[in-house]
Design a protein around this ligand. Structure first.
Ligand SMILES: *[C@@H]1O[C@H](CO)[C@@H](O)[C@H](O)[C@H]1NC(C)=O
Ligand SMILES: *[C@@H]1O[C@H](CO)[C@@H](O)[C@H](O)[C@H]1NC(C)=O
Length: 301
């Protein structure tokens, strides 16, 4: 069931969408690549034949149903910092009484592992985690200012839009060309290559998954939110984008950061799910004195 009053809901809707379908799907496809066989088995027990890519946008659809309205604040944390001079996240200051992405990750981490909830409830918990570990890497989901940039009017190819939407969708789609599963799988393959030995992200990988233990869900989620929020000062609002055309120089500065955030979301999600399913914290295995990403035994489509 859709909200009957679109005019009232629309101004706020974008603030919770986070990455558009492309970002979420790519994070799902990256994560799927690094699941251990035992994790794949656990994921399959909850999702059936659906992949992490397939379920990655479910939480955005769910929040716009009457039954899912309660979950809208779970897609972000409204950091009350002072960008661009000061960026920080403080859980007790920023989470809010109706919950935020950090409390939601904590909640759905425990629900996904519950021995008393139904399979359907655990399936929802897993789908929420797949989405929120993506959302939390979108800097404007870790920021309060102007409703996560929804209130900052900017230009994209000469057309008026808002800063939040540019980060969700316009920047990644300009780079990749579209948002379907095919585009997402292709982008995921490029990112996985950069994560592999000799790739541009190889040396960052272990730090990106350094806090991925579900038993410390809240502090890890705060650290992920803090990491995304830092980009507000160093990139997103470094120069005031209001009223500016963002498809040129601004895009060029943003796209490397966007790809790194998507990469982080993917490897963190894999490491996190691997720990939930197997108790082991890593997506890496030691090889020749270095660490190599564990790649899945079977290539998904
Ligand atoms: C976080 O916010 C709380 C509540 O506003 C405040 O008491 C605390 O000092 C803040 N912590 C830090 C490290 O700034
Ligand atoms: C935890 O998740 C359940 C199921 O979606 C929800 O009803 C509950 O409000 C959540 N609790 C918190 C503290 O977020």
């Amino acid at each position: 069931m859709r909200f009957p009053s679109v005019a009232i809901v629309l101004p706020f809707a974008g603030s919770a969408l986070a990455w558009g379908a492309l970002g979420h799907r790519t994070i799902g496809a990256i994560a799927q690549n690094y699941l251990t066989p035992a994790t794949t088995q656990w994921v399959t027990s909850l999702l059936g034949s659906a992949t992490l890519l397939d379920v990655s946008t479910w939480a955005d659809d769910y929040r716009s149903t009457a039954a899912g309205t309660f979950s809208a604040p779970f897609h972000y944390i409204d950091a009350l910092d002072s960008p661009p001079s000061t960026c920080n996240v403080n859980y007790s200051r920023d989470c809010g009484s109706t919950g935020c992405i950090v409390s939601a990750i904590t909640n759905y981490t425990s629900r996904a592992q519950s021995t008393s909830l139904s399979t359907a409830q655990k399936t929802d918990a897993l789908k929420f985690l797949v989405h929120f570990l993506g959302d939390i890497t979108q800097p404007l989901h870790d920021e309060n200012i102007e409703k996560g940039g929804n209130g900052i009017t900017v230009l994209w190819n000469g057309k008026s839009t808002n800063l939040h939407s540019v980060w969700d969708t316009a920047i990644p789609e300009k780079y990749v060309g579209g948002n379907t599963a095919t585009y997402a799988n292709n982008w995921a393959k490029e990112i996985i290559a950069k994560l592999s030995t000799g790739g541009a992200y190889a040396s960052s990988l272990s730090s990106w998954i350094s806090c991925t233990n579900p038993s410390t869900a809240q502090s890890c989620a705060v650290s992920w939110a803090t990491d995304g929020n830092a980009l507000i000062c160093t990139n997103v609002l470094k120069t005031n984008p209001a009223g500016q055309e963002l498809s040129g120089a601004y895009y060029n500065a943003a796209i490397p950061e966007v790809e790194r955030q998507i990469a982080k979301g993917g490897v963190r999600l894999a490491a996190y799910l691997n720990t939930i399913a197997t108790g082991k914290a890593s997506i890496l295995e030691e090889e020749d004195g270095g660490f190599e990403p564990i790649t899945a035994p079977s290539e998904e489509n």
